[in-house]
Design a protein around this ligand. Structure first.
Ligand SMILES: *Cc1c(COP(=O)(O)O)cnc(C)c1O
Length: 469
């Protein structure tokens, strides 16, 4: 006879202390590990049995198994020399908050399903709003990812333009919608357009101009007029501050003025660069942001608040709620009108208590602590760009935007560049990603790991030069 499993709080206490030791040791070991696992596909799965255990074994020894089976197959996102993609920082304060959130295990979908979850979320997003220098009147909600925030915004564009007929009637028979963006925006915009049923053909790419590869507002206005004349229904504009490829920034003042004049809903994707706006000296990059209807930034990238935590701000939550709220009887908050039910602000219903992460991080480091990290990253990255510029083998392809720049080997064709990126990454000391800009393959170099030091960025320079031959 097998006993019914009981929740074992003694084991929890013991392993909880062990996992904290284990976690600190893992993080301390990172500088000595290659950033990326040198593995072949299937190698990790092959270390596990093919079938689940019939009998429980408890959790003793599970950390050793983690070290054996899982850790060797990781790409170490918290590594000090992770210069690829964008960062996904997890600070100790945030890990502890996530642990606490797991323990409290709230479902924060309605005010009444977690009054504290709801109110701390409202408050933390208001703290962050103040830190970002956004005016009062922006209301925040935590989305799981920037992709979800952008999807929500695109759904609002659709429903608002169709006078809320899309959810009810579907899209066939409606006027064809059009959404506008440059081709510097993230692929999450494309997917939002697909998923919203608007269709990739109706995401109109506006040409860019200038050193920040900003959407041309005159071309935007002309395109909207052409589309109206051709019988389309222009619905929204997605602008970016810090595009993923090269950090492109639209001129928000100009673009949002066009959106407003044309009656279109606007959404600004500042998923990565938004975190830097806690530093007043960088706010020029999103000058005009206060005119946005909707904007998203990811504290889970560059603010030490680990995944998942996207801050989505709305000038007026009402069109979003009108688009996404659904109220079967069991979800009604009887007698509690006026309270926020955050599940009405997002596509998923269930919601974790994510606000704790931002609270712990702000409490632990303060805005000044976070600013210091971001300022260092920007300074070190820009110094490296200058160092590479001074070396005749390299060519800076796009100038640094905050801590992101792209660089290529002078005269190298695409094949040679891909080969170069692979050589750099296989060396293991640093990890970078390749990108494509202006029709050529480049190295995308982005400083953002909270564990990174100036010496790590200098070492990256050495590796990039050594591998250039
Ligand atoms: C990272 C990124 C996204 C996607 O973020 P998720 O939170 O992973 O969905 C969207 N836009 C930009 C500009 C990004 O850098």
């Amino acid at each position: 006879m097998t006993e019914t499993p009981r929740l074992d709080w003694d084991e929890f206490t013991r392993l909880g202390a062990e996992i904290a030791e284990w976690g600190a040791a893992y993080h301390r070991s990172l500088p000595d590990r290659p950033v990326r696992a040198p593995l072949t596909p299937g190698a990790v799965a092959a270390r596990f049995p093919k079938a689940p255990p019939e009998q429980g074994q408890g959790l003793d020894g599970v950390l050793a198994e983690l070290d054996d089976k899982v850790v060797p197959g990781l790409t170490h996102w918290q590594h000090p020399r992770f210069f690829a993609y964008f960062p996904a920082n997890a600070t100790p304060a945030s890990m502890l908050a996530d642990f606490a959130a797991s323990i409290l295990a709230q479902q924060c979908m309605l005010w009444q399903t977690s009054p504290a979850g709801t109110e701390v979320e409202t408050l933390m997003l208001d703290w962050l709003r103040q830190g970002l220098g956004l005016p009062e009147g922006f209301h925040g909600v935590i989305q799981d990812s920037a992709s979800s925030a952008t999807l929500a915004a695109v759904l609002v564009m659709r429903e608002r333009a169709l006078n809320w007929a899309g959810n009810q009637q579907g899209l066939p028979g409606q006027q064809r919608l059009r959404i506008y963006a440059s081709d510097e925006v993230h692929t999450s915009v494309d997917r939002a357009i697909w998923v919203a049923g608007i269709g990739a053909d109706n995401l109109v790419r506006i040409p860019t101009q200038g050193p920040l590869r900003a959407m041309d507002p005159v071309a935007l206005k002309a395109q909207i007029a052409n589309d109206r004349a051709a019988g389309y229904l222009p619905a929204g504009v997605v602008a970016c501050t810090g595009g993923t490829g090269t950090g492109a920034c639209d001129d928000l003042r100009a673009v949002l003025a066009v959106a407003r004049a044309e009656g279109l809903y606007s959404h600004v994707d500042a998923a990565w660069a938004g975190a830097a706006m806690i530093c007043p000296e960088f706010r020029d990059l999103w000058q005009g942001i206060e005119a946005a209807d909707s904007l998203v930034l990811n504290p889970h990238k560059w603010m030490g608040v680990q995944f998942d935590f996207s801050a989505h701000y709305l000038k007026d939550p009402e069109p979003l709620v009108k688009t996404l709220a659904i109220q079967p009887e069991y979800l009604k908050t009887h007698g509690k009108d006026g309270f926020i039910n955050y599940s009405e602000w997002s596509v998923p219903l269930g919601r974790r208590f994510r606000a704790l992460k931002l609270w712990f991080v702000l409490r632990a480091y303060g805005l000044e602590g976070l600013r210091a990290v971001i300022r260092d990253h920007v300074r070190w990255s820009q110094a490296l760009a200058e160092e590479l510029r001074a070396d005749p083998r390299f060519e800076i392809v796009t100038e640094p935007v905050l801590s992101l720049f792209t660089v290529a080997l002078r005269g190298a064709d695409d094949a040679a560049m891909i080969e170069y990126v692979n050589r750099v990454n296989e060396d293991g000391r640093i990890y970078v990603t390749q990108g494509r800009t202006g029709g050529r393959i480049v190295v995308r170099f982005s400083v953002g790991s909270f564990a990174c030091t100036e010496a790590d960025v200098q070492l990256a320079g050495q590796v990039l030069k050594q591998m250039a031959g």
